[in-house]
Design a protein around this ligand. Structure first.
Ligand SMILES: Cc1cc2nc3c(=O)[nH]c(=O)nc-3n(C[C@H](O)[C@H](O)[C@H](O)COP(=O)(O)O)c2cc1C
Length: 165
């Protein structure tokens, strides 16, 4: 993959379309590597840095891995990889080695693992984590938390952006 100027990220990813243009967030805690499909992400400025925030439910296996990781990647896949994104969004790394089972090639030589065949990879250093406070939520948002616990937000400094062209 080719590194681009990280300030050009929005030429490759529409920040208003992450609900449709899903991605897979990937991290390693040094022992375990795992990824999950994400539909929620924000890109912008935080604490004076170019930043990305992702939301991971406390119930996800990925939460355990991300909590032990200093860096994570956000892998935007190609449209033809929809089945991979569905698989990573349905199956838990608790039960299966998702990378192995779908034969996806993982690059492990950078700050965080990422999928070599991604369309765009955003590498992030964790600046902070925070748990969403459901008591602060309005009625519509509360509906999201009827069944499962809240999300943890991972506030990452964008350190590198890679593209496959
Ligand atoms: C389109 C789509 C978007 C998703 N977005 C998120 C998300 O932003 N945060 C999250 O915690 N789970 C999200 N999920 C659910 C997880 O990807 C799913 O529960 C996954 O199996 C968790 O894997 P893990 O247990 O290996 O972490 C999404 C699933 C899909 C299909």
């Amino acid at each position: 993959m080719k590194e681009i100027n990280k300030y050009d990220l929005c030429k490759y990813v529409d920040p208003m379309a992450t609900g449709k243009d899903w991605a897979i967030a990937v991290a390693s805690d040094g022992t375990r590597t795992n990824g999950l499909t994400i539909g929620w992400a924000q890109f912008g400025t935080l604490w004076g840095k170019l930043a990305a925030t992702v939301y991971i439910h406390k119930t996800r296996f990925s939460k355990q891995v991300f909590d032990g990781a200093e860096y994570y990647s956000i892998c935007f896949m190609k449209p033809e990889q929809k089945a991979v994104m569905e698989y990573f969004g349905k199956v838990s790394g608790r039960d299966e080695d998702k990378m192995k089972n779908c034969g996806i090639e993982v690059e492990t030589g950078d700050v965080a693992p990422y999928f070599k065949d991604s369309r765009v990879v955003v590498l992030c250093r964790v600046m902070g984590r925070s748990d969403f406070d459901p008591n602060s939520a309005d009625e519509n948002v509360k509906d999201w938390y009827q069944r499962e616990g809240v999300h943890t937000l991972y506030h990452g400094e964008i350190v590198k952006v890679l593209v496959n062209e």
